[in-house]
Write a protein that binds this ligand. Structure first.
Ligand SMILES: CC(C)(COP(=O)(O)OP(=O)(O)OC[C@H]1O[C@@H](n2cnc3c(N)ncnc32)[C@H](O)[C@@H]1OP(=O)(O)O)[C@@H](O)C(=O)NCCC(=O)NCCS
Length: 152
């Protein structure tokens, strides 16, 4: 099991993983068309957790957008295929992407906006920013100034 950036041909598979939660009542075709044309998705970098060529979990990383400052990244659209949930894959992916961003991308803090109760992310070390759905995790050297990135 390892993480890597998603390849272009994997994007539809990644979009399909989120259909049950983010489909918003659309037909599958309309939902995927919306994902393909999404400026937000095009602004980020998708990462996947892979085993035997199968995507076990995916998420998108943003930098230098949505008010994310120098040295900060945002993660979003964390999703695991329905049949594979509850096996620790999203947790593994988030932990591995965190290491990758800290070590190879000069990132000192990672923000997210949680659509689910914060416990899942708290268990991974994220702190809730009071009065918001925003959470972050950082290196010891990072000094959070209280300003929140926009929703992503
Ligand atoms: C949230 C999600 C990514 C977790 O993926 P996963 O691979 O199952 O994650 P893990 O196995 O590492 O962790 C599972 C934990 O997440 C918790 N969790 C998952 N969905 C949850 C939800 N909607 N509300 C609260 N907790 C949730 C589970 O209760 C479980 O906790 P437990 O171990 O105490 O039972 C997956 O459920 C998913 O794809 N959901 C749909 C998309 C989504 O809502 N993404 C989150 C956006 S903020």
């Amino acid at each position: 099991m390892f993480i890597r950036k998603a390849e272009r041909h994997e994007l539809d598979t990644i979009y399909a993983i989120g259909f049950d939660v983010w489909g918003d009542g659309l037909s599958y075709e309309k939902y995927v068309a919306g994902c393909r044309g999404s400026n937000k998705y095009q602004a980020g970098t998708w990462y996947v957790l892979i085993d035997n060529d199968q995507i076990l979990s995916s998420l998108i990383v943003y930098q230098n957008i949505f008010g994310l400052k120098e040295g900060c990244a945002g993660i979003g659209s964390v999703a695991t295929p329905n049949s594979l949930r509850g096996r620790g894959y999203a947790s593994d992916l988030i932990n591995s992407v965190k290491k990758e961003l800290y070590i190879n991308h000069n990132v000192k803090a990672i923000f997210l906006h949680s659509d689910i109760p914060p416990k899942f992310y708290q268990r991974l070390g994220f702190t809730t920013i009071k009065g918001s759905d925003c959470m972050y995790i950082s290196m010891d050297t990072y000094d959070f100034d209280g300003s929140l990135p926009a929703y992503f």
